[in-house]
Ligand binder design. Structure first.
Ligand SMILES: Cc1cc2nc3c(=O)[nH]c(=O)nc-3n(C[C@H](O)[C@H](O)[C@H](O)COP(=O)(O)OP(=O)(O)OC[C@H]3O[C@@H](n4cnc5c(N)ncnc54)[C@H](O)[C@@H]3O)c2cc1C
Ligand code: SF4
Ligand code: SF4
Length: 1013
């Protein structure tokens, strides 16, 4: 196939593994995956598959919770290359299927238009996926679902031919079908005529039903819109390779009203009144108490607004062109509702945009709280797509509750209530056979309740692997009609078989993702596998079965229920404190949020640069889970091939804070790197990076010679060849004497607890110690200006991050133990450890405790701070003198990923803004792409530059004079190919105090251009 089809081919076991799952409960190893570049590639691929009878599974972002995109055949990944926007017209857009919805809407924004589809994962979901599942978001109440906005579709059919699909009139009686399309239309006409009565909409139908094929929406007495029929067909009728979509003007005015209730059923009962034509809300969402408690916890504004005792809220959005008219509708609804006895507080109108966005994005806000549950049970999506007439919600809730009670499970629910769409998610532990055994009965009984209420089991997500077998229950013999439609388009059953029709008769528990058996504490605190144990599920709301990491109160309720246990072939070299390695890896729910390209998010720099699924944190977490559970041949652990995958992670630690499930993918990948080192020893290039401190020390002995050699092209080429250090990298100049030695001469090397002032011990790390000594000097001087008692331990060594990220865990541990001996004593003497390098602070706070069980590791972790964070703390207490020297400079500030991972905000930025006459812009354009020493290597240089492109482009703009950031490696990257200087904020602060005049002199001096300029 490689000779036949351009694009990326994934056929090795580790490459295929990335495509074995999506956001569903299922996992199937495909025969291979191809990311085609053009529609011609897709056509060739389908022809090849047809000749060889290989099933085809189209794939976008893989965020469908129904398992639509997984299967044993050939996965066609449209998201990697086929994501071009072909044209933007005044009221429509033509684009390829892999384009991400938010990206499309960002292009439309300057025209004041958008695609009126707003699913919760709009930053990752693709146009092809949206069309294929006929997705519908919060505002679908007013704007309909994706299929309602499709104008025409260009497709590759099951015979490998490209065809345009739009409206086709029914054929005349004596028309002879002349081609594929006319033959299909004739067959569909027969089906239509035979089923006309069934296809007529009834008054008691659910407001949104997408189960089966949408023939009733696509057909009329005049003919059939094939593009409408394609919408919601889950890649089973044809592959979409280009779509023409209608766009809508963005209404300029919005209002949001919040209603609070003491009982969920009261909230549900009021929906009908909210939907009256005089109010016409564009969205009407309902949330249960569990969602609320998390929302309140994560957002102080909501904490203020939502009263204690509120069990449920309804959020209504109103949109329109005339602000007065929109406000009038919102106010009139609020007045009317204020008189209702079931509300426990007056309705609140939210006018400000930020407040409105907060409420409209409530689902995204609460998701991490639900997913970071450490007890193993998490909300599981398999009965989360039902829709019932909205006036039946109130009486259906008690019936659903009864089902959950019978099966002893906790559950959470939110609803797009205006359309009766209920997102029910029971809390289950899928590593527990008892919980797995509940899946089918729960699905079956919920299906009964929904159908009895006149509802549908599928309203906006694929039937996929999870719901297809239940369609028979919903449609009875009408299912035959769907089979005939499928047969008309795909007689060989090649396209996504088993979805929509022909579901797996073995039931929905076939092909579930493999998880290691869970371990739970019994009442005496001992750990046992849950096999055969009774369920922990309860139905009383006071029993906490979910535990957001960020919530100490809730966390303490179950903290003892989990313990790091390893049951797999992987014997971790790191200590996993709260979740074992397998638990970490298994916590990935496949949501695909880590594929985001959203500028306000950071994860994942390598995925952003490469856009290949295998680089996503999802693929990496799953790789570890699969190897741990034996889904992948364990012999691959520690191999060259596995190492190549693990090197896609450069330990930025962003997924840990940004992934809704809080998965520490970087630590999982460190295990893979360490396994390689254990099997093969350190690769020579990695050994060089691991010993970066040694090289710095040697270079500092002969600084003139070292700096001369590093500045010459010839020697850089030699270094590239021998050491693997990219010749394009311009490294900073090394200094003769390490700063720690110079500090000793000033008498700072001894702790002097008797001196006045708060005590700090400065952990300098390699960069400031050997290269940027002006930084180390500035740190000491600024601290002294604030009358802080500074101590610079002279025997301190590098933090060890450079060793850790290449998997040289032994050396990293050695450095950790060395530093802990010194720093532990300092803490016992009352010193706080300060780091000017965020990477060092991260090591001391988060990584040393994973490297060693030395008691001092915890002590040091608890007493280490980033310098900026420390100084802003002093400032808050009025102990930091205000800088008075004007700088008159325009600065672009970059927040390093490791600082972000410390979760301390942007203290450097806050300090910069205190300096007079300085204009600082926060360049929030993602990671710098450097990843410590990652971007220094020859083979990673280009990926590194690509990952930092957003930041570098902005820095090049003439309105920015210098850059600022805390991280030494980011500074190297920010000066790469740019003639502007980049400084640590503390250096600029020291200028604000009138200190360090030498720094001021060189501030605007252009740096020499280098080979990448
Ligand atoms: C956090 C989260 C929130 C969500 N919120 C919503 C929501 O509010 N509303 C909603 O409706 N859904 C929601 N979803 C589901 C998800 O948005 C939809 O299922 C989505 O449209 C899938 O898009 P995708 O690109 O990930 O497609 P995939 O998951 O990759 O594929 C989905 C289906 O489309 C088919 N397909 C993909 N590309 C093509 C193509 N080019 N041609 C033919 N078939 C194709 C696949 O075979 C599969 O059957 C959410 C999912 C998550 C994880
Ligand atoms: S790693 Fe996190 S963000 Fe990515 S798919 Fe898994 S749970 Fe979602
Ligand atoms: S640590 Fe960074 S590079 Fe590694 S997987 Fe997470 S986001 Fe990607």
């Amino acid at each position: 196939m490689r000779g036949l089809i351009a694009g990326d081919h994934s056929f090795g076991p580790l490459d295929r593994a990335a495509y074995a799952r999506d956001a569903s409960l299922y996992e199937i190893d495909p025969v291979g995956a191809i990311a085609p570049q053009t529609e011609e590639d897709v056509a060739l691929l389908v022809k090849y598959a047809a000749e060889n009878r290989i099933p085809i599974h189209a794939r976008g972002a893989g965020t469908d919770p129904g398992g639509g995109s997984v299967g044993p055949g050939l996965v066609v990944d449209f998201s990697r290359h086929m994501r071009r926007i072909i044209s933007i017209g005044s009221d429509h857009i033509v684009a390829e299927p892999g384009v991400v919805l938010d990206h499309l809407n960002a292009e439309l924004l300057p025209l004041g238009r958008r695609l009126e589809i707003d699913p919760g994962d709009s930053d990752v979901t693709t146009l092809g996926g949206l069309i294929a599942v006929d997705a519908a978001g919060t505002r679908s109440l007013r704007h309909g679902s994706t299929g309602d906005h499709v104008e025409r579709l260009r497709t590759v059919c099951s015979d490998g031919e490209v065809r345009e699909f739009g409206f086709e009139p029914w054929p005349a009686y004596d028309d002879e079908p002349s081609d594929f399309t006319s033959l299909v239309v004739r067959k569909l006409h027969n089906i239509y005529r035979r089923n006309l009565q069934r296809l007529t909409p009834g008054s008691s139908d659910p407001p949104r039903n997408r189960a089966g094929y949408a023939i009733e929406k696509a057909s009329s007495p005049a003919g059939i819109d094939l593009s409408r029929l394609m919408s919601g067909s889950e890649g089973t009728l044809a592959l979409v390779v280009r779509a023409t979509m209608r766009t809508q003007a963005i209404p300029p005015s919005q209002q949001v009203v919040l209603l609070q209730f003491a009982r969920l059923v009261d909230a549900a009962a009021i929906i009908g009144r909210c939907l009256k034509p005089e109010y016409s809300p564009s969205a009407c969402d309902l949330f249960d108490w569990r969602s609320l408690s998390l929302a309140r916890e994560f957002d102080p504004r909501l904490q203020q607004a939502i009263l204690d005792g509120t069990e449920s809220i309804v959020v209504l959005e109103f949109e329109g062109n005339d602000p007065d008219e929109v406000a009038g509708r919102a106010r009139s609804l609020a007045h009317r509702m204020a008189r209702s006895a079931s509300l426990i507080a007056d309705p609140i109108l939210w006018h400000k945009r930020t407040d409105r966005d907060r409420l409209m994005n409530l689902r995204r806000l609460i998701e991490p709280g639900l997913m970071r549950n450490r007890s193993g049970a998490r909300p599981v999506s398999f009965i989360d797509d039902s829709s019932i007439p909205f006036d039946r919600i109130a009486d259906t809730i008690p019936r659903l509750q009864a089902v959950m009670t019978r099966h002893e499970v906790n559950w959470t629910m939110d609803a797009w209530a205006g359309e009766g769409r209920l997102r029910l998610r029971p809390f289950l532990d899928l590593s527990d056979p008892c919980d797995i055994a509940k899946l089918e009965p729960l699905a079956s009984e919920v299906c009964d309740v929904v159908l009895a209420a006149g509802g549908t089991i599928s309203s906006s997500a694929a039937c996929g692997l999870v719901r297809t077998q239940l369609l028979q229950r919903q449609y009875g013999d009408m299912i035959q009609m769907f089979r005939e439609i499928k047969d008309a388009f795909d007689p060989l059953n090649l396209l996504n078989p088993g979805k929509v029709v022909g579901g797996d008769p073995r039931g929905m528990t076939e092909n579930l993702i493999r998880l290691s058996p869970s371990r739970r504490a019994n009442s005496s605190g001992e750990y046992s596998t849950s096999k055969g144990s009774s369920s922990v599920g309860t139905v009383t709301r006071n029993e906490t079965d979910f535990t957001p990491d960020s919530n100490p109160t809730l966390g303490s309720a179950v903290a003892d229920e989990t313990a790091p246990q390893s049951t797999s072939i992987i014997l971790p070299v790191l200590r996993f404190a709260d979740r074992s390695l397998e638990q970490q890896a298994s916590a990935c729910n496949g949501c695909g949020a880590c594929r985001t390209q959203e500028p306000t998010m950071r994860m994942c720099p390598t995925y952003r640069a490469l856009r290949q699924e295998s680089a996503s944190p999802r693929a990496q977490a799953n790789l570890i889970r699969q190897i741990a559970t034996g889904a992948i041949d364990p012999k691959l652990w520690g191999t060259e091939e596995f190492k190549a995958h693990s090197e896609l992670c450069f330990h930025c630690k962003l997924c840990q804070s940004e992934c809704p499930a809080g998965i520490d993918v970087s630590s999982l990948m460190l295990e893979a790197k360490a396994a390689y080192v254990e099997h093969h020893g350190l690769a020579p290039g990695d050994w060089i990076f691991s010993r970066i401190e040694l090289w710095a020390r040697l270079a500092s002995r002969l600084p003139i010679l070292s700096n001369f050699l590093l500045s010459r092209g010839v020697s850089r080429q030699l270094l590239e060849r021998i050491l693997g250090l990219s010749r394009h990298r311009v490294l900073p100049k090394v200094r003769r004497t390490p700063f720690t030695r110079r500090a000793a001469k000033l008498g700072l090397h001894r702790p002097r607890p008797h001196l006045p002032g708060p005590r700090v011990a400065y952990f300098v790390d390699v960069y400031a110690n050997y290269y940027d000594q002006e930084l180390a000097e500035s740190v000491v001087e600024v601290l002294r200006r604030a009358e802080v008692n500074v101590y610079v331990p002279s025997r301190q060594r590098s933090s060890g991050m450079a060793s850790l990220i290449v998997g040289d865990v032994d050396h990293a541990r050695e450095l950790a133990l060395h530093n802990l001996r010194i720093l532990g004593n300092a803490v016992r003497d009352g010193y706080t450890i300060l780091c000017s390098e965020p990477t060092a602070a991260l090591m001391l706070q988060q990584e040393y405790i994973k490297l060693t069980d030395d008691l001092d590791a915890t002590l040091v972790a608890q007493n280490t701070m980033d310098i900026g964070h420390y100084l802003t703390g002093l400032d808050a207490r009025g102990l930091l003198p205000q800088p008075t020297e004007p700088l008159g400079i325009r600065v672009g500030y970059h927040q390093p990923c490791h600082l972000r991972a410390l979760n301390v905000g942007t203290p450097g930025l806050d300090l910069l803004r205190k300096i007079p006459e300085i204009r600082v812009e926060f360049i929030d354009r993602g990671c710098s792409g450097m990843g410590g020493t990652y971007g220094l290597a020859r083979n990673r240089f280009r990926t590194s530059i690509r990952a930092g492109r957003g930041l570098l482009n902005r820095l090049r703009d003439p309105d920015i004079e210098i850059g600022a950031t805390e991280c030494g490696a980011c500074r190297i990257q920010m000066e790469q190919g740019i003639t502007k200087n980049t400084l640590h904020p503390i250096k600029l602060l020291s200028l604000g105090y009138g200190l360090n005049p030498t720094i001021r002199r060189g501030l605007r001096e252009p740096k020499p251009r280098n080979s990448m300029s």
